[in-house]
Design a protein around this ligand. Structure first.
Ligand code: UDP
Ligand code: MG
Length: 317
C-alpha cells in the first residue's frame, strides 16, 4: 500500500508551557508511523499561532530549527480557535497532503488515537474520522453538565453534532475541498463537518488533563461559542418566539371574549391588575422576541461585511 502524507494542525494561543512537550510527543508519533511505512517522511506538524502574547512564536521557530518537520503560521492578532483551525486546514487544501488531523496544542486529546484514525481512513476509506471522548472525568462537573446540556439542545434544535467530539478529527482531501465551499465568517466547525457528510467513523479516547498552562476557554467564551453554534445552524429560536407570539395572541382573544361575556352579564370591573399584568407580560415577550431577531440580524450584519476570517503575519516552513 502506498504511504500517505499526513499534516497535524495545532492551534496555539499562549501555549508556551506545553508546545515543547507536544512537539516531542507528536514527533515521536510521526517517527513511528514513518517506520511502520504508514506515512511519508515529509509528513509534518503545523502550529497556527493565534496571536499569542507570550513566547509561543519564538518557540515554534526554535522547534522548527530543531525538528525538520515542524512548520508554523502566525496570525496578526488573536482571531480565535476556530479561525486558527480554518487557516491550518486551508493551508493544506489542494496540496500533496493526503490527510489532515486537527488537535489541540495542550495534549488533552490523545495523540495515540491518530494511529487508529489513519487506519480507518486508509483501510476502511473513511473521509472523516471524529475523535470522541469516552471519559470526561478530567473536566469539571460543571463543564460536563453544561456540555451535556449543549449537545441535547443542539439535537433538539435539529443541528447534527457528534456528542463529546471537540475539534480533534482527521479529514482527507475530498473533505478539505468540500470544506472550502463553506465561506461563512462565523464558523462552527463541529456543525460543518457532520453537514459535509461522506464516509465517517469515530475513534474513542480518554481525555486527559491539560499538560500545562490554563484553559483559553473561560465560561464567557464557552457561552459565546455555544450561542454561535446555535445561531449558525438553526433558526429554531425565531420559530419559537413566533409560536409564543401566536399562543399569546390566542390567549388574549379568549380573555377578550371572557370580558365581553362578563360585561353582557352586567359585571363591570376596574381592571387595573389585569391591565398591569398584561402590559408587563407582553412587554417582556416583545423585548425577548426583538432580542432574538436582533441576534440574527447582528449575525447577518457580520456576515455581509465579508471581512477576512484571519490575517497571516508570518510563516515558518
Ligand atoms: N486556542 C486558540 N485561540 C484562542 C483560544 C484557544 O488557538 O483564542 C487554542 C489553544 O491554544 C488550544 C485549543 O485552542 O490549543 C483549545 O483551547 P483550550 O485547551 O484552552 O480549551 P479547553 O480544552 O479548555 O476547552
Ligand atoms: Mg484544552
Amino acid at each position: 500500500m502506498s504511504k500517505k502524507k499526513l499534516a497535524i494542525i495545532l492551534p496555539a494561543y499562549n501555549e508556551e508551557p506545553v508546545i515543547q512537550k507536544t512537539t516531542k510527543v507528536l514527533s515521536d508519533l510521526l517517527k513511528s508511523l514513518v517506520a511502520a511505512e504508514t506515512i511519508t517522511d515529509d509528513s509534518f506538524i503545523m502550529y497556527v499561532d493565534d496571536g499569542s502574547v507570550d513566547q509561543t512564536w519564538q518557540l515554534i521557530n526554535r522547534l522548527a530549527d530543531q525538528y525538520g518537520h515542524v512548520k508554523g503560521l502566525r496570525f496578526s492578532h488573536n482571531f480565535g480557535h476556530q479561525n486558527a483551525l480554518i487557516a491550518g486546514l486551508t493551508e493544506v487544501t489542494g496540496s500533496d497532503v493526503d490527510y489532515a488531523v486537527t488537535i489541540d496544542a495542550d495534549l488533552q486529546d490523545d495523540p495515540q488515537a491518530i494511529t487508529e484514525m489513519l487506519r480507518l481512513a486508509i483501510e476502511e476509506h473513511k473521509d472523516i474520522v471524529y475523535g470522541v471522548r469516552n471519559d470526561r472525568t478530567s473536566d469539571t462537573a460543571f463543564k460536563r453538565q453544561t456540555a451535556g446540556l449543549f449537545y441535547k439542545l443542539m439535537n433538539f434544535l435539529g443541528v447534527k453534532t457528534i456528542p463529546n467530539h471537540a475539534d480533534f478529527r482527521l479529514v482527507d482531501q475530498r473533505v478539505l475541498a468540500a470544506f472550502q465551499e463553506y465561506q461563512e465568517r462565523d464558523m462552527f466547525l463541529r456543525g460543518i463537518f457532520p453537514a459535509i457528510g461522506f464516509n465517517s467513523a469515530e475513534v474513542f479516547y480518554a481525555r486527559a488533563e491539560r499538560e500545562a498552562g490554563e484553559t483559553k476557554y473561560p465560561l464567557r467564551k464557552m457561552l459565546q461559542f455555544a450561542l454561535s453554534g446555535i445561531t449558525s445552524f438553526s433558526v429554531a429560536p425565531i420559530t419559537m418566539v413566533r409560536n409564543m407570539g401566536l399562543a399569546i395572541s390566542g390567549i388574549s382573544l379568549l380573555m377578550l371574549i371572557y370580558a365581553i361575556v362578563r360585561y353582557l352579564m352586567g359585571v363591570t370591573q376596574l381592571g387595573w391588575p389585569s391591565l398591569m399584568v398584561s402590559i408587563w407580560f407582553l412587554g417582556g415577550i416583545q423585548l425577548t422576541a426583538i432580542g432574538v431577531i436582533g441576534e440574527y440580524i447582528g449575525k447577518v450584519f457580520m456576515e455581509v461585511k465579508h471581512r477576512p476570517r484571519y490575517l497571516i503575519a508570518d510563516r515558518r516552513d
